[in-house]
Ligand binder design. Sequence first.
Ligand SMILES: [Zn+2]
Ligand SMILES: [Zn+2]
Length: 597
Amino acid sequence: MPIRKTEKYSETPLYRLRHSASHVMAQAVMEMFPGQAKITIGPPIEDGFYYDFDLPRPLTPEDLGQIESRMREIIRGDHPFVRRELSAAEAKQLFADQPYKLELIEGLEHGAADEDGNPLTAPPVISIYTSDTFTDLCRGPHVQRTGQINPDALKLLNVSGAYWRGDEKRPMLQRIYGTAWDSAKELEEYLWRLEEAKKRDHRKLGKELDLFSINPEVGPGLVLWHPKGALVRYLMEDFCKREHLANGYELVDSPHVGRGHLWETSGHLDFYRESMYAGMEMDNETYYVKPMNCPFHIMIYNSGLRSYRELPIRYAEWGSVYRYEKPGVLHGLMRVRGFTQDDAHIFCRPDQMPEEIDRVLKFCLHILRAFGFTQFHAYLATRPKEKSVGEAAQWEAATEALRASLERSGLEYALDEGGGAFYGPKIDLKIADAIGREWQCSTIQFDFNEAARFNLHYINEAGQEEQPYMIHRALLGSMERFFGVMIEHYAGAFPVWLMPVQVMAIPIADRHNEYAQKVADQLRRAGIRVNVDVRTERMNAKIRDAQMQKIPYMLVMGDKEAVAGAVAVRLRSGEDKGAMPVEQFIAMVNKAVDSRE
Ligand SMILES: [Zn+2]
Ligand SMILES: [Zn+2]
């Protein structure tokens, strides 16, 4: 069976390559500002690397070109990367004129943070890496020689501002982003993906297509869905809710706030408080806005005595939750502070568990495929080595059920050993979009923690109390984020069934307006969403505007069409379908809607 082992990025050759490229870049920058450049940190990141500098003047695009050229020279020098361990005192001497490095060494010395500023659990060995004339405080790993970096697969992308340690009270630094790959072809493909991603940026398209906005007056990370976006969301939810009902789920609804006591019982106030909005005082009690829906669904479960005959119980809710995210990580619809999950909780008996997992996984793929996604990557995350709750037997049974279900599904999956939450194992599903990016959306997660904390039980066949298995699952994840992924996947040109406006009727001249309105009425009666462009613009301008709005069908109507009772059909792709009777056009749209193509 197709099992992949999850590869940690930090253990890959590409990671070493990019980390090494960042050192080479730092050397080139130091040479550009001799005695003046202050270096800070320069880690590899997804698809590339960066380095943050404190420099006497802002960098220009010309500087980047020059730095890049110098990097190629350094690479061709084929200098070895040499590691050396040293004492804190020696390191301080070595970096005496580098205040940021001194701060990092202090951190290392006291075991607070590594050379990238991340918190550490134990004081590490202090090490440096030297290549050519450049020495950096560094844990590595690196390639052996600069010559192993392909000079033709390297590019500096841009410069942006970044606060030292992400702290706005500390100095503003200049961050140079770069990318490095094994081959020039990979670099080229990556640059193409970057260009495509820019064109598809949901924040840009969201504005152009008038789908949503995020207004500072409302608050960062809080989304306003405009009529067109709200309509797409309604269509998505409506489809999903029907499918849920048809698949044995019951829809529930729960409040946006709950008593502190509830969140104490659930453990959120202990483990999750930093992500929660501050409490509100009411009737001498503190209420909290919900960061999750689970406790409410559990309360519904616990509202009656449950018998083994009633299980499985599957509660689904489009539940809006609020979580505090730092301002720096907010990003359009992808990372927000208020969002709606297509959330469900399943309560089942141990003997029902394998079938339930099968059902969820199958249902999940069905829903994602309905939205046009065909490539999935599954990850099975198992019990963490450190602390976790729940019986060993429960963990084993649940993990085995997840694994067996993945096997039966035929999905290729990766094992993420120890990657489960402390409260249970899970399957995460990532979808690949049109330009090959992966997005984490679906999750199927066991919970032994809340099941115990809320004393979940049912009466088994022997008349005894037993704890059911509780599974959290979200398929699209967050409606906001999934909508963002959809916008970027389709570049705004959603499938016909989801388009807010499916048809634009385009009368050629004013005298054709009446006929266009008549056809539009006929289409509306057939359930098709249509607008009529009665502006006094030229026909070509109207077609271009409709294309910009990604409207799937444009119906051009002039004398000929009016006389024949026909419409001339153009697709958003530019394809000209020619004239056809209105009835035939309606059948064509209905077919596209029904097939969700
Ligand atoms: Zn380094
Ligand atoms: Zn939950």
